[in-house]
Each structure stands twice: as C-alpha cells, then as structure tokens.
Design a protein around this ligand. Structure first.
Ligand code: DOR
Length: 454
C-alpha cells in the first residue's frame, strides 16, 4: 500500500479553498485533514501551491486509430499530463469512426496500453446505428454531428434524430452547426473563398438553428443533452431558458479568438464551429462566469502544420489546446477574472457530473487521487517546439501565462513534473491509466438548473 502526503498548499475542496494536507493511499484521497501527519512513503511539499482536482477535458480528438500522423493516444495523453488534465473524453471521428460497439471497444483497448491519463470514448451516432447506440454501456455518452466537420459523421435526418433521442439512454452531446444553412452559405459565397469566409459560412444563424433543434429534441424527449463548444452570444438566451436536462460547454478558442485574429493567425484558428466576434467572446465569458455555461473543454483537434497551411477551404478545421487550457484559466484567476473555485468547477466537478464519472471531479475523501498542483506564480511562454502534442504547434505560441501545473498526479501516481530549466517539464510515469467508469443512473446527471451533489 503506497501512502503519499501532500503537505500544505491550498486545496480547492467542494466547500471552497482550504490550507490543508492531503493523504493519498492506493490511488485514492483518504484524508483532507490539515492536522493529519503520518508516516508516508512519499511527502510532497505543496506550500505556496494551489491544488486543483485534475482537469477532465470532455471534448478532445486524439486521432487514434487512423489519423495518427496528427496525434496518437501516447502523445496526446502526455500533453494532457503536462497540462494538468488527468482524464479525457474522446470524440468518435477517428478512422474508422467509433460507430459500433466493436470499434468503440477497440479504442478502449488501445488506450489501455498507451494512455498515461484516464480515458473515455464517446460513441458516434449515424442515421442507421441505433441498435449499436442502444447497446453501449459504461461509456460517457453519444456524440451527434448535427453539422458535418472533420470526418464523415452527420445525422441531419429528423426521423433518425427522433429515434436516437427517443430510444437511447446515454447522455447525448452534439456539434451544433446547421448543415443546410452551412451549405446554402457556401453556395452563396461562390467558389473563390477566402479564410475569413469560414466564419460567414459557419455563421451565427447556423449555430442558433442547430442548437434550437437539439434543445427542442432534448426537452420533448426528456433526454440529457450537453451542448458542445457554444460559440455565439445568440445561443445564450436559449441556454438561459433551457431545461434541467441541458448543460453547455465553451472552449478557450471561442473565449480568446475572434474574426479580427484571422489576419494574424490565419488558418491556425480555423475551427468548427467557427470563431466569431469580440462581442461573442465577451458574452461567452459572461455566461461562463454567471453559470449559464458549466463546462470548459478544449475540442483539442490537431492537424499538422503542413495540412493547416493548405489554401482555404482545403485547410482543415481544428487546433490543439489540451496542454494549455488549464494554464489559460489559471492566468485569468491570477488577474482576478475568475476564482480558483470556478476553475475547479468548470474543468473537473461539472464534467464529472455531466458524464457520471464515478470517483472523479473533486478533492474529497473516497475520490480518486487525480490532482493538478499549480504554482500560481510560475510564468512560462507557450512555444511550439515545447508542445507535447504530436502536431507541435499552438495558436497561443509566444504567449506568456502565469500559473502553471507543476505536478500532475493520476490515481495517486505522479505522471508529470515541471522543469524550470528546460521549460518543457518531464513525463515521470508512462504506466497506462484507467478506463473512466460512467454511471448515468447514480445522480451523475444534472438534475436541477443549479446542479446537484453526487
Ligand atoms: O474544428 C473542428 N475540428 N471541429 C470539429 O468538430 C472536429 C474537429 C476535428 O476533428 O478536426
């Protein structure tokens, strides 16, 4: 039995911040008592540090199988570890797409040999795989592309959507950009498209129509629904009016980048849903701070720089973010824009509850010892060459942030330690970690607008 004592430090507990010790035993948190000192196998001095529950990124594209020239589960999970992300939920648009139980379980099998953080995989919906969707078990949920993006997944037929919402049990999440609107816009802007047209093709209207459609289905069928990557101010009134069945997420690129940045960053910020305006950035921040949006996730979607450099519209949509998103938020906490408690909620507690992740999301006795230890005064520049992602670039290249994960612990085991000398940090353990257990019947869903405890 291995005992680790984290001595001192400010832990962000469910009840708020507390200067305390944490005792970890066999991968679990067994004490959060400040006075508790014990003979431990390992003592980690956490004085002057903030201890967050490890981040749970509930929207990533890690490209394995089939697209491993962009990323794979070994490189991606190292990027997670470096970013304080102790669990990820991965999207089904790999090659082949995860649309059958066998294909889905094959991804779990690969991850069990390669992923150095905890893992879960969504099942992708098609117009004809209802029988498979109904069989899925112990997975976070079902992903629907209401508008097409990278890959060939799309469910646009109303009859198919009705059946999925009526007959499946798992929570559903969706990419909400209306396919018809996007195609009409494409036609309208003609053949000679430029990059900035991306945000005019995938416009506000496309996002609002698809989000309305998904919410209407979720409410009528009383089905748990999570809106992925909210991108517009115009979707927010729909959320304010949403039912307890509905939760929402925002990604850093929709908080930080606007169409004004196309000139500076080009296709590096080409994303689906497209990035929008400064007005949208500000409205999304306000909605997050107000609790209208509950989750921050990355939509980490790496492509090689060579692919990104193709002339639009051949350039693919997507950017990597998993190793920087927690630091982006820590930097905001340092500036006073948000609190450490809000970060713990957005990146860990809320996604754990949305997806029914057993033993995850909190620093509390009995929970798994998944922790991100933050040095709030550590300043570090994001540099392409130091990224762990296989794609080796970041749209935040050159940006210096203050407040970084300096040690990441997964199931009680240190997997990453910061290195001030090289600035890249080191992966300490490459031992594969665990499949996330999902229990959607045990209070794992969002029962009221204010959320519920487990
Ligand atoms: O920009 C995006 N890229 N949006 C998505 O929905 C998919 C992702 C990808 O897989 O490349």
């Amino acid at each position: 039995m291995k005992r680790t004592l984290l001595r001192g430090g400010i832990s962000i507990l469910p009840s708020g911040r507390a200067y305390t010790n944490l005792l970890l035993e066999d991968g679990k948190i067994v004490s959060t008592d400040a006075s508790y000192e014990t003979a431990a196998d390992e003592i980690i001095d956490c004085d002057s540090h903030i201890i967050l529950p490890g981040a749970i990124d509930d929207q990533v594209h890690f490209r394995e199988p089939g697209l491993t020239h962009k990323e794979d589960l070994a490189t991606a999970s190292r990027a997670c570890a470096a970013g304080g992300v102790t669990s990820f939920l991965e999207m089904p648009n790999t090659k082949p797409s995860a649309i059958t139980i066998d294909l889905l379980e094959a991804k779990y099998t690969i991850a069990a040999t390669k992923s150095i953080v905890n893992f879960g995989f969504y099942m992708g919906a098609t117009c004809s795989n209802l029988d498979q969707l109904k069989l899925a078990d112990n997975v976070p949920g079902i992903k629907i592309f209401l508008g097409s993006s990278t890959g060939d997944l799309l469910v646009d037929e109303q009859a198919a959507l009705e059946r999925i919402f009526a007959e499946t049990k798992l929570p559903i999440c969706a990419h909400c950009e209306d396919e018809t609107t996007v195609r009409e816009n494409q036609q309208r802007f003609g053949p000679n498209l430029k990059l900035s047209d991306h945000s005019r093709i995938r416009d506000h209207k496309a996002a609002v129509i698809a989000t309305k459609r998904a919410f209407e289905l979720a409410k009528r069928h009383r089905h748990r629904f999570h809106l992925l990557h909210t991108s517009t101010a115009d979707e927010l009134p729909l959320l304010e009016d949403a039912s307890p069945y509905i939760t929402a997420e925002v990604c850093p690129h929709h908080l930080y980048f606007s169409i004004d940045d196309y000139e500076r960053l080009g296709s590096l910020i080409q994303m689906n849903p497209s990035i929008k305006t400064v007005r949208d950035n500000e409205a999304l921040w306000a909605a997050l701070l107000a609790g209208t949006i509950q989750v921050v996730a990355t939509d980490h979607a790496p492509h090689t720089l060579e692919e990104k450099n193709a002339a639009y519209p051949a350039s693919p949509s997507g950017l990597p973010a998993v190793e920087n998103y927690l630091a982006l938020l820590c930097d905001e906490a340092n500036r006073g824009r948000c609190t450490w408690e809000q970060i713990a909620s957005w990146t860990s507690d809320a996604p754990a509850r949305v997806w029914g992740l057993v033993g995850k999301g909190r620093i509390a006795v009995g929970y798994d010892a998944d922790l991100a230890i933050i040095n709030p005064i550590r300043a570090k520049e994001i540099r392409n060459e130091l990224q762990f992602t296989k794609s080796k670039w970041s749209p935040w290249n050159g940006v210096t942030l203050t407040g970084w994960p300096v040690r990441t612990i997964v199931n009680g085991q240190t997997v990453y330690i910061d290195d001030c000398e090289s600035d890249q940090g080191k992966i300490i353990s490459t031992q594969p970690q665990r499949r996330l257990r999902c229990d959607h019947h045990r209070g794992g869903f969002w029962a009221t607008k204010d959320g519920i405890g487990l």
